[in-house]
Design a protein around this ligand. Structure first.
Ligand code: TRP
Length: 376
């Protein structure tokens, strides 16, 4: 596929994929857009979550003509971790506290727990009938994930369940129930958006309904690498920096960052192409003129050069400045759990009201209401 310099695919090629929030703002300025996205509850969040998703979510929340819904996908965890519901309870709350701490706001957005809204399950039940078996099982993301689960070694309580196979269809229900038009997701979720489009179009065609056909909004930012330079920042690899790290944790993680092993002294020439501390500064350090100067000195070597110690010290300060307010807000919410609990109850209650309307419309269109009343 041909790419332009900026990585933006030529327009028209993939009309259901919007790359970059800027392109979204160009599309619709008058109409209100409904945005729905979700996450599997994964506990405390890290900088990778912020760069890849949350920063975009906050921008969407603050855009006046966009209605934002954020889903906590607890069903999706049951699909392959049925034996870990105790851990799930903590993961849900930890994730919601971090959402609040970074500035997602339950007064502006709906925080929705999937299992608090039975209408998701009801809609899902109908939608499964619209999905040919071959379409459900041919999903490349699902296949990848199934391979990973098999590798991990199944146990009775953590195996690939029928519910797991069905999760992309359940995700279609998540999107359709709330009329999601824009779905911010990572690249790996695009097959689920494509499935959603097929299924919702089929409902519309068969029953003359007019449910919105969603588009994916994919972040333009490259993925934030782990502190070891690994492509993915993930808890299991131990290469993360949590959004609520203490200064001590930030310092210890930054000091472990991969730099240039070839720069053996401050004065030797350096290479920054895989230098993790510089990659992070690119994202988090606002003074780009100073950053460019530091890079130049690092690369050139010589008496005016700069070493990893100084670069890392700068990054520690920059990250502490970014993280400390988030960490303080986390502390605040830990002492005000009522706000946390209310946020998910309120958002889920709103979703139920919306959802019931949609189910009513769908059942009416399918002729599934009031059996026999035509004879009365
Ligand atoms: N599968 C998504 C993930 O793993 C979470 C999710 C559930 C989702 N329902 C959704 C994303 C609906 C977008 C829309 O992160």
């Amino acid at each position: 596929m041909k790419k332009t310099i900026t990585g933006v695919k030529p327009t028209g090629e993939m009309p259901h994929i919007i790359r970059g929030i800027e392109n979204l703002k160009n599309i619709d300025s008058n109409k209100t857009l409904t945005c729905l996205t979700g996450a599997r509850p994964s506990g405390r969040l890290h900088l990778g979550h912020y760069v890849g998703a949350l920063s975009n979510w906050i921008q969407l929340q603050e855009t006046s003509n966009i209605k934002t819904n954020f889903l906590i996908a607890d069903y999706q965890v049951l699909g392959d971790h049925l034996g870990e519901t105790e851990k799930l309870r903590n993961s849900v709350i930890d994730m919601v506290i971090d959402w609040l701490a970074v500035g997602l706001d339950p007064n502006k957005s709906n925080f929705i727990v999937q299992s608090y809204v039975p209408e998701f399950a009801e809609l899902f039940n109908y939608l499964t009938m619209f999905v040919p078996y071959s379409l459900a099982t041919n999903n490349p993301t699902l296949k990848d994930e199934m391979k990973k689960i098999e590798k991990r070694g199944e146990t009775e309580s953590n195996s690939i369940s029928l519910g797991f196979i069905n999760y992309p269809v359940s995700q279609v229900a998540d999107i359709m129930l709330l009329g999601g038009e824009i779905v911010p997701v990572g690249e790996d979720q695009i097959p689920h958006i494509e499935l959603s489009r097929k299924v919702i179009k089929k409902v519309n065609t068969m029953y003359s309904t007019n449910f919105p056909i969603p588009k994916a909004l994919v972040s333009e930012f490259p993925r934030l690498v782990g502190i070891d330079g690994n492509d993915k920042m993930s808890k299991s690899l131990g290469n993360t920096i949590y959004l609520t790290s203490t200064l001590k944790e930030i310092t210890s993680q930054v000091n472990k960052m991969y730099t240039d092993p070839g720069k053996t002294s401050i004065e030797s020439k350096g290479n920054i192409s895989k230098h993790v501390a510089f990659l992070y500064l690119d994202i988090f350090y606002k003074d780009k003129t100073h950053l460019d100067e530091l890079k130049k000195r690092y690369i050139e070597g010589g008496p005016n050069s700069v070493g990893d110690g100084e670069i890392k010290k700068l990054l520690i300060n920059v990250l502490e400045e970014f993280i400390s307010p988030i960490r303080e807000r986390r502390e605040y919410y830990l002492k005000h759990m009522d706000i946390v609990v209310n946020s998910i109850e309120k958002g889920s209650a709103n979703a139920r009201i919306e959802g019931q309307k949609l189910i009513e419309t769908l059942k009416k269109s399918m002729g599934l209401l009031d059996y026999g009343k035509e004879y009365l």
